[in-house]
Design a protein around this ligand. Sequence first.
Ligand code: UD1
Length: 422
Amino acid sequence: MDSILVKGGAELHGEIPIAGAKNACLTLMPATLLTEEPLTLMNAPRLSDIKTMTMLLQSLGAEVQSLQSGRVIAMSSLGPVKTRAEYDIVRKMRASNLVLGPLLAREGHAVVSLPGGCAIGARPMDIHIHALEALGAEIELKDGYLHAKAHGGLKGARVPLRFASVGATENTLMAATLAKGTTVIENAAREPEIVDLAACLSKMGAQIEGAGTSTITIQGVDRLGGATHPVVTDRIELGTYMLAPAICGGEVECIGGRIDLLVSFCEKLDEAGISITETDRGLKVARKNGRINAVDVKTAPFPGFPTDLQAQMMALLCTASGTSHLEETIFENRFMHAPELMRMGANIEVHGGTATVAGVEQLKGAPVMATDLRASVSLILAGLAARGETLVNRVYHLDRGYEHVEEKLGAVGARIERVAGS
Ligand code: UD1
């Protein structure tokens, strides 16, 4: 398995292009199952999670082609599709469950493996199940698989979600586009990836109002057509690269960056003393002189501080002047990067869902272990600021969510290289 070797201490200067959003692409791709016409996604990220979704859709009978070195994904689900999503693929990536809503809407039945737990928490499917049941589906758990049926097709309904789950909102939204009648999703997630999905489905002929708010209303239609759609900017990749000059000094322009994708995060960077300027190409981020300020962070669904940037923010706060508190409210076990950062000299105490980070002057390089996707990149960021060498082991998670991280950071002056594993 590959490792990433980082030699700390270099200031960063230059520009970093931000890719299309992994999480948007992973919900836009299953939308191909809702139509027999071609669906083409532009500005797709080149990531192993996208390959996993490609394999899953192909296993269901969809045609999926990667064009322009992976930047364009051309899909077509013209023929009959299979309705069973196997454990072997679903276990690799939880977002595989996003085929459930489209398959039910298209075929009236589907069998989808439960994803199982992952390192950051249990991540059950109850909200997805209740939402699809509200649309008339009968869902049973047998042998680790969800067996879903909608006799006579899905029917529009009021669907209150007990929590604004991103995936459950996406599954329900896709299913409701082809249901009979009107569906109202209450307490819907408001993430930009949902707005992007609704924009693409609308191009395909769906009738949707309120995406980006807590109430989404969908008027079901008989059929959807094809579309060509550019994937929205990846706000998590954006936030990660905004933290790179914040943590090790210098000035970096993130091309394609937008503040409206990351308002709470930008407010926290401002509080920490990082300057952010909007340019006509994106966002320029610079670290002012001296140490940054400690800040308190609490993760929350959009528009709150994203849980997917909590680990990277912790890496920044390790060297702040003063004590910061990070409260994780979305996942129950998302501080696995803390003990690794402590191996680099950070002073962190974790109690339940809160981490207290007492800033130290300087981190020191060390061999560390990447435990999940965002934790991996937080260790790379910490390594950029640390004195000496940091070897981040087990980086396969990283390639799930960041394309060519060593090239993007290397281009702005970071001393970083991939070490091929055996
Ligand atoms: C999506 C993102 C992920 C991000 C997360 C929260 C994708 C592919 N992934 O994941 O990167 O960290 O949103 O912003 O878009 N829950 C239940 N029951 C359910 C569904 C969820 O209890 O049926 C819980 C989860 O265990 C978790 C919380 O709700 O604690 C948030 O999950 P959810 O919003 O569904 O996240 P995902 O869609 O899985």
